[in-house]
Design a protein around this ligand. Structure first.
Ligand SMILES: C[S@@+](CC[C@H](N)C(=O)[O-])C[C@H]1O[C@@H](n2cnc3c(N)ncnc32)[C@H](O)[C@@H]1O
Length: 209
């Protein structure tokens, strides 16, 4: 039986984040930038696995009250510096997604950008936690790669079972109201980590209630 795809995720990601550059850049993810207006200004938002903090810092700039976590302490240290340099407050934590407290019905928004470190079993737990921690009426913004990305290899794990299809996301978030679910291709320039022609999928969904 195959072992986990990333047996020591913290060590792997800490090593990557030792690079003095911000490997996913300093700008937020484009799908998030284009859809953040779905989350009202001043809202309480959780940024899942936000690495070096580009999305959480930008959300704080937009007037959100932001919490963020990531497994890699080196990434979170860079994110804390990034927020301090830009004069915004983000409540950062170092945590594995399976160890995170996931307070129920707490957030107006959950933002999960390229969290495809999760294999199908972990993804099931992660998506359920992301849904449950939203308040009724809260909005999820999710961006990932589709299996076509295996041809481009311009970012993301080269493991088919970690990638998302429209059907997979529709089934995973069957309890949510899907506002937008779009498979598309675009040229990404998000640091050196996500760079070039990319096969993407974006989801906006609202927790009913
Ligand atoms: C592709 S990066 C995306 C980072 C960030 N969301 C962004 O868009 O810039 C994936 C992130 O997941 C984090 N990660 C990997 N495994 C994790 C786990 N089990 N729990 C929490 N974070 C994890 C990594 O440290 C890394 O920051």
């Amino acid at each position: 039986m195959a072992g986990p795809a990333f047996p020591d995720a913290a060590a792997t990601w800490n090593k990557r984040f030792e690079n003095p550059d911000y490997i996913f850049g300093l700008e937020p993810n484009e799908f998030l930038r284009g859809h953040a207006a779905r989350i009202p200004r001043g809202s309480h938002v959780l940024c899942v696995a936000d690495g070096e903090g580009r999305n959480s810092v930008w959300l704080a700039h937009q007037g959100m009250r932001v919490e963020a976590f990531d497994i890699a302490e080196v990434g979170v240290a860079k994110a804390r510096r990034f927020a301090a340099e830009h004069g915004v407050t983000v409540n950062f934590a170092v945590s594995d997604c399976d160890a995170y407290a996931w307070p129920q019905e707490r957030y107006d928004g959950v933002v999960a950008i390229f969290v495809q470190f999760a294999d199908p079993a972990m993804r099931g737990r992660l998506f359920a936690n992301m849904t449950r921690c939203l308040k009724p009426g809260g909005v999820l913004v999710l961006q990932g790669y589709t299996p076509k990305q295996l041809e481009y290899r311009t970012g993301g794990p080269p493991i088919a079972s970690h990638l998302y299809t429209v059907d997979l996301l529709r089934a995973a978030f069957a309890d949510m109201k899907i506002i937008e679910l779009r498979k598309y291709e675009a040229q990404l320039a998000e640091g050196t980590g996500h760079c070039g022609r990319s096969a993407l999928i974006g989801l906006i969904a609202r927790r009913p209630g």
